[in-house]
Design a protein around this ligand. Structure first.
Ligand code: 13P
Length: 255
């Protein structure tokens, strides 16, 4: 049985105190999680230690980071490595978010390396993929997303792949208020599952959690999560308000 996951991506938001309050409020209202229905909170690096402390003693809610470097250590001023993340209690790391691809020029080859170092250090990877608006308008999104997955994940063996979650985030839906329709999300998730199946077989594909991200909010979470191949969401803006985030978690646990 594959896991359902609602993950918060705080991006570059919240002071240390604001983060503390938000996690406090989320923990107060959290219900309905179990080993198959999880929550992840991916904070900025400076919050990780504090959030790790707050999550201690709480089940099925995990600490996430938003990025890691390709190398384990070295002279890379300003960077954070996978072993460092592991050492502060991080379980999941987001790799290949479209904002990293666009603003920090991360390409499929670099993301293959980041995936490797994360897995090698015992982290689970939330691997992001998704197309630009022009690609969607040209109806070539399936080939585009397939290339992202093939070039960054297909060198993994089947065992390694078990520690990867895929998040489909159409770029035209991120932070725009314009959500993919549930049919568009479902169609792409089926395509991604088929891509995984073509290399790793149907069982691995069925076990892969595939999350949707892009303006997912309380008003559309239920409809999105009702899609059979949408296994939860990667949430940006709506994860910054405890009530909204808790509502979205509820939608996932009841789907
Ligand atoms: P929004 O939910 O703000 O559109 O962000 C989605 C996202 O990029 C999550 O990683």
């Amino acid at each position: 049985m594959r896991k359902k996951i609602v993950a918060a991506n705080w991006k570059m938001h919240l002071s240390l105190n604001e983060g503390k309050e938000l996690v406090h409020d989320i923990l107060k209202g959290l219900q309905g999680l179990d080993e198959h229905k999880l929550t992840v909170i991916a904070t900025p690096f400076v919050h990780l230690n504090q959030t790790a402390g707050q999550l201690q003693g709480h089940s099925h809610i995990y600490l996430g980071a938003q990025n890691c470097h390709t190398e384990a250590m070295g002279a890379y001023t300003g960077e954070i490595s996978a072993p460092m993340l592991k050492s502060v209690g991080v379980t999941y790391v987001i790799v290949g978010h479209s904002e990293r691809r666009e603003y920090f020029k991360e390409d499929n080859t670099m993301l293959a390396k980041k995936t490797d170092i994360a897995l090698h250090n015992g982290l689970q990877v939330i691997f992001c993929c998704g197309e630009h608006l022009e690609i969607r308008d040209a109806n070539t999104q399936n080939a585009f997303v397939e290339k992202q997955i093939v070039e960054s994940l297909f060198h993994l063996n089947a065992e390694q792949l078990q520690n990867v979650v895929i998040a489909y985030e159409p770029i035209w839906a991120i932070g725009t208020g314009r959500t993919a329709s549930s049919q568009q999300a479902q169609d792409m998730h089926v395509h991604i599952r088929n891509v995984i199946s073509s290399k790793y077989g149907q069982v691995a594909a069925n076990n892969m959690s595939i999350l949707y991200g892009g303006s997912c909010k309380p008003s559309n979470a239920e409809e999105l999560f009702a899609c059979p191949d949408v296994d939860g969401g990667l949430i940006g803006g709506a994860a910054l308000k405890a009530d909204d985030f808790l509502f979205i978690i509820d939608a996932m646990t009841k789907a």
